[in-house]
Design a protein around this ligand. Structure first.
Ligand SMILES: [Cu+2]
Length: 207
């Protein structure tokens, strides 16, 4: 849920069923508002290398660049894209933060191209091929560490209510004014898994 008051955003993310541990610690889940592309989550065909996972480069034509890093503290720009020590972690968490949105993210929310992506997948859920790959974002990390795990498009909802309906495949946002409204992240859905998928449930994304 993204509540906007001008450029001040209060973002709430409720996650369950996510990857739990990474190197004996809570699995860090980088989470971003991606902007400036088609404003949709990638379809299965986006897996162009056929390894069973939709990597960040494969998803990029659909959800675009990182506009905002949903960190727990400090900087929220794309510079903090992989600031793993400032992201929530573990299999389930509730995130809430109020901060000033940058203009590019605010513009993307306004034109309906903002997409929320949560990263970090349990490597045992991946194909053998994908398990062997390094992250294309940081070669020191395995692919699973930065692989998108859940993706949700953003649509305008009534004040304080989440939108109803099925899985959102990127329908246009009807919106004329971004001040004082709630933007609901619709249908966070598994976007990257080859099997044994976990999902961020829609119900748990409700306020
Ligand atoms: Cu991202």
């Amino acid at each position: 849920m993204i509540e906007l008051d001008g450029n001040e955003a209060t973002v709430t993310v409720k996650v369950s069923g996510a990857a739990e541990t990474f190197m004996d610690g809570p699995f860090p889940h980088a989470q971003h508002i991606h902007i400036g592309a088609q404003g949709v989550c990638p379809p299965a065909q986006a897996d162009t290398d056929g390894d069973g996972a939709i990597s960040v480069p494969e998803g990029h034509p659909f959800y675009g660049d990182i506009g905002t890093s949903l960190t727990t503290e400090g900087d929220t720009s794309a510079d903090s894209a992989l600031a793993v020590e400032r992201f929530p972690g573990g299999s389930a968490y509730n995130y809430e933060r109020t901060f000033e949105l940058n203009d590019a993210t605010a513009a993307s929310l306004a034109d309906g191209t903002a997409v929320v992506v949560v990263h970090g997948v349990d490597p045992t859920k991946l194909s053998a091929e994908a398990q062997e790959k390094p992250s294309e974002l940081d070669p020191a990390l395995p692919l699973a560490a930065t692989l998108p795990a859940a993706c949700g498009t953003v649509s305008v909802s009534q004040m304080g209510q989440m939108p109803e309906g099925g899985a959102d495949t990127g329908s246009p946002v009807q919106q004329s004014d971004t001040s004082g409204i709630f933007l609901g992240v619709g249908a966070l859905a598994v976007a990257a898994l080859g099997g044994g998928a976990w999902a961020v449930s829609r119900r748990s994304s409700r306020a």
